[in-house]
Each structure stands twice: as C-alpha cells, then as structure tokens.
Design a protein around this ligand. Structure first.
Ligand code: FES
Length: 364
C-alpha cells in the first residue's frame, strides 16, 4: 500500500524547490568502511531538476545551532525522483559524523540548491577526461550515470584514484556502465596495496608517466578533476606542464574565496573622512536590529558581530546557504555561482559576499 501511495506519474509532479520542499531520507548504503550513500526523495511529491555534477547544502541539526554541509550529488538527473549524496567521514568531522550516526530512512532535512558549475553541461567538449581521487568521484559518477542513460556514445576516459583497492568507489558499477558505453574507458590507480588485495592494476600516484598510459590523447580532452586540494593541484600542474589548453581544465572546489586584503577593504570604504567612509546602517528586520556596518565588512560579518543568525557554509559565495532577502537598499555582491539570476531579480543576496552600499534592510 505504502509503495502504491507514493507512485505518481511524472507529469503530475512539480519541480523540487528548496524554499518549499524538504528531503526525506529513503536509504543508507555503506560503500566502504568510511563512505556512505544517502538517498532522498522530496517530502512532498516533486521531481529534482539539476545538472549532473551539481551540489546541495544540507542543514544538519547537530546541536542547538544547525551546521551546513555541502555535498555533490552522486545521483543522475536522468532519474529525477530521488537524489543521493555519497559522503566520506573525515576524521574530526561534525556534520558528516552526525549523518553517519543519525541519518536513517524517514529522517527529514532542509537542503539548499542544487547549485554549481562543475558539469559538462556548463563546459562541453568533444570528449572528456575525468580524474578523481577518493570521494571526489561523486560529480564524475553523476555525469557518467547521466551519459549512460541519455548519451551513451559520449567519449569518456575515467581515471579513478584511491589509497587502497577497497577505496575505489563505484568500481563495479563503472565496469557495468563501460559495457553500455562503448567509448567509456576506465583506469584505476591505487597508491598502496597488500598481497591480500590481489591487485594487479596500476600502482602509485598519477603522474606524467602514467597519464599517457591511461589516456593517450589526454591533450585533446576536456578535463574534469575532483579530489583533495593537493591532488587537484598536482593534476593541474601536470596537465599544464604537458601543454593542455587550461581553458579545458575544470576542477571542483568548495574552498571559500580568499578574504579581501585590508588595503582592498580600505579602498572600498573610501578615503577617511569622506562621505564614502560613513558607516552604512544595516537593519535586520526579523531580529529588530539596526546596526552600523564596519566599512568593507560583509552582511554576514555584520550580522555575526551583532548577534543576528544567518546560516553559512562555504563563506565564499559558492553554496547559497547564506541567501537572504534584501528588502531595501543596495549591496555590492561578488559571488561564485551560489545564487541564481532569478533569485537576484527577486531581491535575494548572499550575505557572505555582499557588502552594503549605503543603508540596507535585510530580512534576517
Ligand atoms: S555561505 Fe556559501 S554562499 Fe554564502
């Protein structure tokens, strides 16, 4: 009965919208000892519209204050009635540890997004090279699943790197997809192994000697790379050194943009004593606070300094967590794709990368 009640024809459904819908966990699957896939459906009948490779930000009720964590969707939008994230528990992680311990089927979460530019849809090429390390495989498996469903002739070389053979995520599934996609070529690379693993494949780190073995035509490909920052830096330098046109190199990063230097803030604030140096008044309408903004500080910094709570995750204009409604006034916003054009048209801003230009009113 329950299953029959949850069945809806696709054309009866509306797109999932983060301000109206929640995510309900439907399954939890252990991929390796420290990696799990969590699958969700909408709390109300809806389908998910996103690009393969995009991410969501989950609001996790860890303590008195929720924490926000950004995860790439490992699912494919070609199967739009659910979404999944595949998450590795990093030592000392708070949000991910909460998920491992508490996120079970039936638990409902708030989420923001999906967002992000790390997708072949945004950076199309004739043929692709995917290079991932560890759980950095998630955007690549999303893109490959979509290609297998919707464009199985796509030419992809997929190099998956991991510490140990058992850490190679989705290896069996990729081998099945390679049977469906005649131009999907797989390469697996492990750093270390023991005799018990029975590993006969390539060993070591990806370097200028191994790359041509796995992808002889790599200079002709559009490259997507995702993994820990040192891994991506190494791949980027290797490809640059080999002569790849770096306009065809794309990497995923949730790192916040560097904070503006003190001199830059001083320039933005204007010369001392001029009208431009006057502190803007920021009114947080829901908190009932009207405060002076320190010149050059963001709306988020101003809110925090005055005890007004605005959720934030990346603090670099990427994830969209700090989106708030600007009721009046102007801001200077320098985001990195964390807000959609129609949201800007509706008056939303990202508090972490917006600075007041004169007096503003913010719904927070
Ligand atoms: S906190 Fe991520 S966009 Fe502001």
């Amino acid at each position: 009965m329950e299953m029959a009640r949850s069945f809806h024809h696709f054309d009866e459904l509306h797109p999932w919208i983060d301000r109206q819908h929640l995510l309900e966990c439907t399954s939890v699957v252990a991929e390796t000892a420290d990696v799990m896939t969590f699958t969700f459906r909408s709390d109300k009948p809806a389908w998910f519209r996103y690009l393969p490779g995009q991410f969501v930000t989950l609001e996790l009720p860890v303590g008195e204050e929720p924490v926000f964590r950004t995860y790439t969707l490992s699912s494919s939008p070609s199967r739009p009635l659910s979404v999944a994230v595949t998450v590795k528990a990093q030592p000392g992680s708070i949000g991910t540890r909460w998920m491992f311990d508490n996120l079970k089927p039936g638990v409902v979460l708030k989420a923001l997004g999906p967002l992000g530019d790390f997708s072949f849809v945004r950076h199309p090429g004739e043929k692709y090279l995917f290079i991932s390390a560890g759980s950095g495989i998630t955007p690549m498996i999303s893109m490959t699943r979509w290609m297998a469903d919707c464009a199985p002739d796509t030419d992809v070389t997929f190099i998956s790197c991991a510490r140990q053979p058992e850490d190679l995520l989705f290896k069996s599934e990729l081998e099945v997809l390679a049977r469906q996609m005649s131009r999907l070529n797989l390469g697996f690379l492990v750093e270390g192994h023991e005799a018990r693993h029975g590993w006969h494949g390539l060993r070591g780190r990806i370097d200028a000697a191994k790359l041509p073995l796995l992808a002889p035509d790599f200079l002709e490909r559009t490259v997507f790379c995702c993994g820990p920052e040192p891994f991506m830096r190494g791949v980027r330098e290797m490809l640059k050194g080999a002569g790849l046109d770096m306009a065809r190199y794309h990497q995923e990063s949730f790192q916040p943009a560097a904070a503006p230097a003190a001199e830059e803030l001083a320039i933005r604030a204007g010369p001392a004593g001029s009208a431009g140096a006057e502190a803007a008044r920021v009114t947080f309408t829901m908190s009932g606070k009207e405060v002076s903004a320190v010149p050059g500080q963001t709306i988020l910094q101003t809110a925090r300094a005055n005890g007004v709570r605005i959720g934030a995750a990346c603090e670099g204009g990427i994830c969209g967590t700090c989106r708030v409604l600007k009721i009046a006034g102007d801001v200077e916003m320098n985001h990195n794709g964390g807000i959609l054009d129609d949201e800007v048209d509706e008056g939303y801003i990202l508090a972490c990368c917006s600075r007041p230009v004169g007096d503003v009113q913010i719904e927070a």
